[in-house]
Design a protein around this ligand. Structure first.
Ligand SMILES: [Zn+2]
Length: 189
């Protein structure tokens, strides 16, 4: 319910702490919705893990959009569409890939209980920039809140390499995952 509706109904928040809690519960990071078309749709039964990826194109560190990855995953991989639920561009913009409640295609054997976030770039050769890290922290904190996950519990916020035989999300992003976990813990306190 919107705050204006609550106040219009004569329900007032008793103090600042409640107002802050209300703001946190209704807050959401800006996400650019692209309404991509998928060839199949299957709902994810549960969400227990947030998997961090990089785009990791072997020809180097570059930006890539959810639309480009969507096209690639459909036409080259033959998938239903983009495998990730979110893509974080080089300028920090968060783009919607798969619908949040769809089963993704980003971590073999782990798609039925996880959300996949792809950070654009190749972090074996470069470092994620500040805008990307800020967006990744906000998005992950919001997802932990939404799915009631403990960000510092083992196996909740993981790099793709923790689940499958891959270098993803690159050593330079993998090294920053503890920063993300502690940010999320403090954000949701
Ligand atoms: Zn990956």
């Amino acid at each position: 319910m919107k705050l204006s509706l609550l106040t219009a109904a004569g329900i007032f928040l008793p103090n600042e702490k409640a107002a802050a809690r209300y703001a946190l519960e209704t807050w959401q990071p800006p996400i650019r919705k692209l309404f991509l078309q998928f060839t199949e749709y299957e709902e994810r039964p549960t969400t227990e893990v947030i998997v961090i990826h990089h785009a990791g194109f072997p020809d180097g560190d570059k930006d890539s959009s959810a639309e480009e990855i969507h096209k690639f995953h459909q036409e080259v991989n033959g998938w239903a569409g983009i495998g990730y639920h979110y893509v974080i561009r080089k300028d920090g913009t968060i783009e919607q890939g798969r619908r949040p409640n769809m089963i993704g295609a980003h971590a073999l054997h782990h798609n039925k209980n996880s959300v996949g976030i792809c950070v654009a770039g190749n972090f074996d050769v470069a470092k994620p920039n500040h805008q990307q890290m800020d967006s990744l922290k906000l998005l992950t904190a919001w997802l932990c809140q939404k799915y009631e996950l403990d960000p510092v519990a083992r196996g909740v916020i993981v790099g793709h390499r923790d689940l499958n035989d891959t270098a993803c999300p690159g050593k330079n992003l993998y090294a920053k995952l503890d920063d993300v976990r502690y940010y999320c813990r403090d954000f949701n306190r």
